[in-house]
Design a binder for this molecule. Structure first.
Ligand code: ADP
Ligand code: ADP
Ligand code: ZN
Length: 213
């Protein structure tokens, strides 16, 4: 089963993708994570995308679709596309990449959230350096202070683009370029809406209900 998690920055895509990996053995394919790894490794792609990401604008379709193509084979039991596709050309590229492998999208889960809450979510976000598990300063702290619930790691990090100004740009990009791809998937009958303002557990239960239906 291949699914897309769609929603603005801070909607909870990464949080839900990690949970689906743990519970269902699916594989998270996050273009944001791939781009951040490229930056940390200092690859030519990493150097090219750095400034664009720090401004909160979208990286070119060619770069992100190439990254997805490189990672698609390692998602045997099912992929969770997290943060991809984000534009019409990316949605079309994904159709072709999947078709070539006799795969197709089964569900597009849209996480519907309130924009003002997203600024709070994003500016308080931090993740485990070792396993990437997402946490929040007030909304979702590790059970034991300073220790990752998932891997017991004790080192955490914050993203340079998780500041209010960049978040506003990222939201505008979502509204202008990403939300308009929903009708493409609606026409195929694939869009499942979930209220992303509920607790992490309630959102997860709603997603499970769609995947099991
Ligand atoms: P995205 O991948 O869509 O940008 P994340 O999953 O990283 O979003 O979530 C953004 C922040 O909000 C994180 O700090 C996370 O811990 C927190 N968060 C995620 N889902 C919820 C939720 N349902 N309720 C409250 N906080 C949440
Ligand atoms: P968020 O938590 O805001 O959903 P991501 O980690 O998915 O953020 O993406 C971070 C940044 O990486 C984006 O602001 C953008 O610059 C770049 N990026 C990630 N995925 C894509 C994509 N599919 N197309 C274009 N740019 C992308
Ligand atoms: Zn961890």
């Amino acid at each position: 089963m291949d699914i897309i998690l769609l929603g603005p920055p801070g909607a909870g895509k990464g949080t839900q993708a990690k949970r689906l990996e743990e519970r269902r053995g699916m594989v998270q394919l996050s273009t944001g994570d791939m781009l951040r790894s490229a930056r940390e490794a200092g690859t030519p792609v990493g150097l090219r995308v750095r400034a664009v990401m720090d401004r909160g604008e979208l990286v070119s379709d060619a770069i992100v679709s190439a990254l997805i193509g490189e990672h698609l084979e390692n998602s045997g039991t099912g992929a969770i596309f997290d943060g991809y596709p984000r534009t019409h050309p990316q949605a079309e590229a994904l159709e072709i990449l999947l078709e070539e492998r006799a795969r197709k999208i089964d569900h597009v889960i849209e996480l519907v959230v309130d924009e003002e809450a997203l600024v709070t979510r994003i500016t308080g976000r931090f993740t485990c350096s070792k396993c990437g598990a997402p946490y929040h300063d007030t909304l979702h702290l590790p059970k034991v202070a300073g220790v990752c619930d998932i891997c017991a790691g004790t080192d955490f990090k914050r993203r340079p683009d998780d500041n209010e100004q960049t978040v506003r740009t990222r939201m505008a990009e979502y509204r202008e370029k990403t939300a308009p791809i929903l009708p493409f998937y609606e026409a195929k009958g694939l869009v499942r809406r979930v209220d992303g303002m509920q607790s992490v557990e309630a959102v997860a239960a709603a997603i499970d209900a769609f995947l099991d239906s």
